[in-house]
Design a protein around this ligand. Sequence first.
Ligand SMILES: Nc1nc2c(ncn2[C@@H]2O[C@H](COP(=O)(O)OP(=O)(O)OP(=O)(O)O)[C@@H](O)[C@H]2O)c(=O)[nH]1
Ligand SMILES: [Mg+2]
Ligand SMILES: [Zn+2]
Length: 453
Amino acid sequence: MFVTDAGPVTLGKRLLKQITCPHCWHAFGSDEILWVSSHTDLRGDPRLDPPGSPASALQRFLPTRFDLKGNALDSRGQSCQDLACPRCHLVIPWILLDTHCLFFSVLGSPGSGKSFLLGSMAWTLRKSLLRDFGLDFGDADPESNATINQYEESLFLRPDPEKHIPVRDMIRKTQFTEESIFNRVYIGSQELKFPKPFLFEIKPSVTHPDYKTIGSGSKVICLYDSAGESFQAVSDDADRIRTTGYIARSRALFFLFDPMQDPRFLAVVRQKKASGEGTGGPSFANRQETILRECAARLRKLLGQNQGELHNRPLIVMVNKWDAWKELLPIDPTNRPLIRRKGREVFSLDLDAINQISKEIRTLLLNICPEIVSAAEAFCREVTYLPSSPLGHTPRANPDFMEPNTNKPLHTIQPSQIKPMWTEIPFLYALSRESINFVELVKRPKTQANSKG
Ligand SMILES: Nc1nc2c(ncn2[C@@H]2O[C@H](COP(=O)(O)OP(=O)(O)OP(=O)(O)O)[C@@H](O)[C@H]2O)c(=O)[nH]1
Ligand SMILES: [Mg+2]
Ligand SMILES: [Zn+2]
């Protein structure tokens, strides 16, 4: 074995000066990163093994010796491959060493559709980003994305897509008490819970018109799927606050408002449709503006901002389950707010169309549930309102599937009917607000416009 003490010289990467851990959001220098021992005898890590339990996790260490490939050598001289955060000791994917990570938050009450949205959005982005925007979008770390991949498969890759499935079985409710969605670490005398991140890589493909100027430099997108309960205000529950700590790091916040959880909204929908249907799923009333107010309070605490100070990241209020209330918005969901500028192969986002839609939804919310608008606008300086529907189709009560406890029919859907509506638009809009020039946001030039149908 060739050994050098010159550091990871042959990694062939230009390392970032500062890396943010996607688990605990600690920012650290690349020279502080730990390595995970490779020799199976080197077990026992005080941050990962529960106190009093047998040594199980492979030891983390700050290396002093490297092999010629630049990989650290553990104390048994074995070459190591995995890296870890100096604070929480959880594994840091290699891509984060040389690629900036953009965090985004998806907030919303229980049942507002966050998990369905994440699955549907990821699937839509994989399909449409290359075709419409000349961007490659894929898993940055397949292991981290196992859960979101399952959501996508459950929605879009069913072996028998004509067969009715109860929606609640497609993606199960995210349980705040479920261990599999968290990592536990032990720092000092505290046991801390952190949500597992989903990591995607996005980069211009060679078909991107600005490929030559912006280059092939990629970004990592980091998202989380938290249970709605984690955003609810429960005094002195440090776990809830900690597990949503990503909101303070986020470049943009997506607040999923479920109008079907608002009895006033539901009444307007039913009146308009002149029918009793409308929810397409479990219906329960929730004061959803309290989630926004709680997130605003947490964020101010985390960032040390004053009460009443407006946060300067974009907040996108996604009025979800559009399929169930589309009668209230005179917009054709198949007409996405995209525009192709003359001489450009890819689409840009149509700012005029987005502003117009946002204005119409804001008016609708102001008329029916004004406290959502006031909570959103008391939180962030810039608020945009957009519709979305992960399913694009309202599930129906199906007497062939009875709930044994209540003897009521369950809501089912045929996977072949799933046609997401605008799940990717809020994300593209957030991306267009970044200085990375991946997605262009344009005002419509009256003579050159050729908007997409
Ligand atoms: N009509 C309609 N209903 C939807 C849509 N997407 C999700 N739903 C319904 O909303 C329910 C809740 O969706 P989830 O994604 O599990 O909600 P969540 O926000 O993740 O909820 P928690 O995990 O409890 O925080 C689903 O079981 C569906 O019945 C949609 O596009 N249209
Ligand atoms: Mg969920
Ligand atoms: Zn960490």
